[in-house]
Design a protein around this ligand. Structure first.
Ligand SMILES: [Zn+2]
Ligand SMILES: [Zn+2]
Length: 256
């Protein structure tokens, strides 16, 4: 399985997952043109994308989804709640494949499963993909990591997991009090500490790679996220390679 993060953060999220002859996009939070440009720059033609998986309706995950799907005639895979929120219902031009959390599905050589996430969105999910003996979990935008979520992560060979904010930076930073409450609350975003704790609990023998994603540019810095992640892997005695995705550069293509 190959994984290519095109962008990561509140300025836009998109990543490519492929196994065998099947290539899909997970989130399309940049303009369709920008996604096409970034695909081409990495040697992938937009017309090879078989589907666009959308985690939830927030702009940084969905803004280019409809246009991309229509232009390249590939269906959008998402929950009924997200479909309504992004205007897919009654839209004759973007085919839509409904996803139910916890039910398994398949597109070509990729198996997938969704997990319902606690977030201030209509019906947000994280996704697990399986192919070539690998299992990749893509999870961001959730307010807390409970036991069933840790279980969802636990068989992964690769994890793309939100490390949104450093708790001290958020507390002392420039955001308004209500916004700080929203981000740190149970329907907001995972902090470095929360995500590191989830990794520590979930890290299994199969885990090869963890990439910290969706870092806040105001309330986090890559060295803090990476330090929290590495400490968690150390404590779990896991040898997985750790990395941090960048808003603009994304993350180098790797084999999961
Ligand atoms: Zn987001
Ligand atoms: Zn969100």
């Amino acid at each position: 399985m190959r994984v290519s993060i095109l962008a990561s953060g509140s300025g836009g999220n998109a990543c490519v997952v492929e196994s065998g002859r099947t290539r899909v996009l997970v989130d399309a939070g940049l303009s369709a043109r920008e996604i096409e440009r970034r695909l081409t720059a990495r040697g992938m033609e937009p017309d090879t994308i078989r589907g666009v998986f959308v985690t939830h309706e927030h702009n940084d995950h969905s803004s280019g989804a409809l246009v991309f799907s229509q232009r390249w005639e590939c269906p959008i895979f998402t929950t009924a709640g997200t479909a309504v929120a992004i205007g897919l219902e009654g839209n004759l031009f973007s085919p839509f494949v409904r996803i139910d959390a916890s039910r398994e599905g398949r597109i070509g050589d990729l198996g997938f499963r969704a997990f319902a996430t606690p977030h201030d969105a209509n019906e947000s999910v994280a996704y697990a993909f399986e192919g070539d003996g690998a299992r990749l979990v893509v999870a961001s935008d959730l307010g807390r990591a409970e036991e069933d979520f840790v279980e969802f992560l636990s068989e992964a060979t690769a994890l793309l997991l939100e490390f949104n904010h450093d708790e001290d930076m958020l507390r002392d930073g420039p955001y308004t009090w209500p916004l700080k409450q929203r981000i740190s609350g149970g329907w907001g975003h995972l902090s470095n500490r929360q995500s590191a704790e989830a990794v520590r609990r979930a890290a299994g023998r199969r885990l090869q790679r963890v990439v910290a994603t969706h870092l806040s540019r105001t309330n986090n810095v890559p060295p803090l996220a990476l330090a929290a992640l590495c400490e968690a892997l150390d404590r779990a005695e896991c040898q997985a390679i750790a990395g941090v995705a960048d808003q603009i550069l994304g993350f180098e293509t790797f084999d999961a």
